[in-house]
Design a protein around this ligand. Structure first.
Ligand SMILES: *Cc1c(COP(=O)(O)O)cnc(C)c1O
Length: 448
């Protein structure tokens, strides 16, 4: 195995812990830091942190000794400290704050299963994590041991997936699936693998970051029995990248699991192109592909972590072209209200005319691309999805000719202006006459 070029750290407060305890994930979990007294042994708390830690109804605090050791004890603005140590500002409400900003619960056909996209589901398998991020998008349920999912809910999730053949991809999240007892995790993976239409399994986990010693050979032996298996980790700043994390990633990669990273854009932590460039470079050195960079969600406790969306666009501007394409994540705003992930980024297309487009590159070089004048699409009539589900084809459905338009609910009522059906309002006017299209018989479904 390659020697990892990343540091390894242990706070002086844990200097006396024997290595076999330190490297044991059970010891790390049962010795997590959460009281002001325990914190003060590692670094002096600020007034704001101390007040937050003694507040009622605070989102759960727990930090593994391994992860807290990565904090610079002399820097109250340390980028790791801000991710996991609460401050008073967390308790300040802000405009647009929501309990469930992504409307996940609304999109759950059964508890703990979010089915938002046509072909894949998000399966919440636990509410527990190895440590807790202050900006957690799921703080409404995460951390609460009583909110965790029951056996019968798990059976309902499996049943739903079984009877929904368009699902080809199941993303396990939570909470953190890798804190589950190996037996339980193995049962979940096994039950999903029995379902013939499930093509890929995915895990979203911060365990490699909070608790890298959990990524044992026993664990990767379990995971690799259920291939094809993909995994996204969650690193926000290069200070989280240690020899231990690099070794955990190496184990997962050697088990054949492609690794990605999902970062969250956080004010005062990584809202800077230089910090982000260092982060993505360190990630690709560990064979972790930056996947998404998220705009911070509008959830309770996270208001002060938000940046303008422009900051994310500026960061992508500073990455694309300037560094390896493998190192550039997609910047995502997860739509409040439940629209799902929306990619945003710089514009490279400046203008276009018939058969000519004008593009700019990352340096500001402007060029023209001549398009063919005699292009004929080869397979225009083929359906694009293997198991299409009506009603969710979006803009792609407009391009495919499945619909002529998409309109907001109540659009027709508003535009009727209280009028009545009269001879000039005949609906058939809005059906394409289909002249020359070869499918004169077809009527647009929106018109029926
Ligand atoms: C993020 C997410 C997914 C996975 O999205 P990808 O873009 O495929 O990674 C699936 N379902 C839900 C509800 C999600 O929030």
């Amino acid at each position: 195995m390659v020697k990892q070029p990343f540091p390894s750290k242990r706070a002086p407060a844990f200097a006396d812990v024997p290595d076999e305890k330190w490297n044991n994930w059970r010891w790390q979990l049962s010795n997590r830091i959460n009281t002001p007294e325990e914190f003060e042994k590692v670094f002096p708390l600020t007034d704001s942190e101390r007040k937050a830690l003694s507040a009622a109804h605070l989102f759960r605090v727990d930090i593994t000794p391994y992860f807290i050791s990565l904090i610079d004890p002399d820097d109250p603005n340390d980028p790791i400290r801000k991710q996991v140590v609460p401050t008073e500002i967390e308790m300040t409400p802000f405009t647009a704050m929501m309990e469930d900003s992504l409307a996940e619960d609304r999109h759950s056909p059964v508890p703990g299963l979010v089915h938002r996209y046509p072909d894949r589901v998000l399966m919440l398998v636990t509410t527990q994590c190895a440590s807790y991020c202050r900006y957690c998008t799921r703080s409404r349920i995460v951390g609460d041991p009583l909110a965790t999912f029951s056996r019968s809910e798990f059976e309902m999730q499996i049943e739903y997936i079984k009877r929904t053949p368009q699902i080809r991809d199941v993303l396990l999240s939570g909470g953190d699936p890798l804190v589950l007892a190996p037996k339980i995790l193995e049962e979940i993976l096994g039950r999903l693998r029995e379902i013939p239409h499930i093509e890929i399994l995915r895990i979203g986990s911060r365990v490699p970051v909070f608790l890298p010693m959990r990524i044992t050979d026993e664990l990767t032996d379990i995971l690799q029995k259920y291939h094809p298996m993909w995994l996204n980790i969650h690193v926000n700043h290069s200070n989280e990248i240690t020899a231990e994390l690099a070794e955990a990633c190496d184990r997962l990669s050697r088990a054949g699991i492609p690794l990605g990273n999902q970062a969250v854009l956080l004010a005062g932590i990584n809202d800077n192109v230089h910090v982000q460039r260092q982060l993505v470079h360190d990630l690709v050195r560990m064979r972790v592909r930056p996947y998404y960079l998220y705009q911070c969600d509008l959830v309770e406790g996270a208001g002060h972590f938000r940046t303008p969306v422009a900051k994310g666009i500026e960061i992508i501007e500073g990455l694309r072209g300037h560094t390896s394409g493998y190192a550039v994540p997609v910047f995502i705003v997860d739509a409040p209200g439940g629209g799902g992930k929306i990619p945003v980024g710089p514009n490279y297309l400046l203008s276009m005319s018939d058969h000519k487009i004008i593009l700019r590159n990352f340096e500001g070089f402007i060029t023209t691309y001549e398009e063919p004048v005699d292009y004929k699409p080869e397979n225009a009539a083929q359906p694009t999805l293997k198991r299409p589900e009506p009603g969710q084809s979006g803009i792609s459905g407009l391009l495919d000719g499945e619909h002529l338009f998409i309109k907001p609910e109540k659009f027709d009522t508003v535009h009727d202006r209280g009028g009545f059906q009269h001879r000039l309002k005949d609906d058939s006017k809005w059906t394409p006459l289909g002249i020359g299209s070869g499918d004169e018989e077809e009527k647009d479904s929106d018109q029926e």
